[in-house]
Design a protein. Structure first.
Length: 282
């Protein structure tokens, strides 16, 4: 079992920039590469030190990223750093939550290498979740996880899961089967993150067949960020949620582009509409 932590922002439910309609939910998924922006393939070879050492551009990147995230209600981050040598011992999730005005955040550690790196998945949230769970995903190599959060109770509950899946299709097949098991029995579901495969991959098609999750009508290319050719980042919705807008945002902050989706919630999700309608910033 994991937990959501209040940010220094004080637990507000919604920022002015995120306010739209009470029944709409603005979602963003982003593999931020721990704040290290590569804009050519050869940078993986010529700038490998950026994966392990702090540098000024990483902090500037985070400042720009905070400005982007402030427009959203729930943000799923992959490859963030929760405080190590490479991040200047800054917990990037806590920094982004505070700077972007999120009231709540949750962190799932995936890989920790001494004090050098502390790689994690994370959720930044306007509203405090009712429950948070931290799951290790199956695979030959450890270090892949799913961070699960529930908002509301019973049939009104919304479950949001952030994942970062493996590179190999066999491992992804097992991991998506595990994801299916942790969303079973929930009507309103969002699964988002870096899937490392297109929306039409065999393992993804099996997920759609066995759950109420629907294949996105369009899967914008998100990788590599400097010449997007592959749609490997996804925001999947259960059939009770309506996708209104989905786009890859053309911002150079990582080797991925962020994927943004606006969803319409069903009328029974009153916990969200009440939270937004009573917020004075709206």
């Amino acid at each position: 079992m994991s937990a959501a932590r209040p940010s220094a922002h004080g637990g507000s439910t919604r920022a002015a920039g995120a306010a739209i309609r009470p029944d709409e939910l603005r979602l963003l998924s982003f593999n931020i590469q721990a704040g290290a922006h590569f804009d050519r393939y050869h940078h993986y070879v010529t700038r490998p030190w950026r994966h392990v050492l702090a540098h000024g551009s990483r902090r500037r990147n985070l400042q720009k990223l905070a400005g982007l995230l402030a427009e959203y209600d729930i943000v799923a981050l992959q490859e963030a750093d929760a405080g190590s040598l490479r991040s200047g011992f800054t917990n990037q999730i806590e920094y982004l939550a505070e700077t972007a005005g999120f009231g709540w955040f949750s962190v799932q550690t995936n890989r920790r290498i001494g004090g050098i790196t502390h790689t994690c998945n994370a959720l930044l949230m306007r509203r405090e979740p009712t429950e948070v769970r931290d799951y290790a995903l199956p695979g030959t190599l450890p270090g892949r996880g799913a961070l699960w959060a529930r908002f509301g109770d019973g049939d009104e509950a919304l479950v949001v899961v952030v994942v970062h899946l493996s590179l190999g299709p066999r491992a992804r097949l097992r991991q998506l089967d595990f994801v299916r098991s942790i969303i079973h029995g929930h009507r309103h579901v969002v699964v988002m993150g870096d899937f490392n495969c297109p929306a039409t991959a065999r393992e993804m098609m099996q997920l759609y067949e066995q759950t109420s999750l629907t294949s996105p009508a369009a899967s914008p290319a998100t990788f590599p960020s400097w010449a997007p050719a592959r749609g490997i980042d996804h925001v999947l919705l259960s059939d009770t949620l309506e996708s209104l807008r989905c786009e890859a945002l053309t911002v150079g902050m990582s080797d991925h582009l962020p994927l943004a989706l606006t969803a319409r919630l069903p009328p029974e999700c009153t916990w969200w509409s009440l939270a937004t309608s009573t917020d004075p910033s709206t």
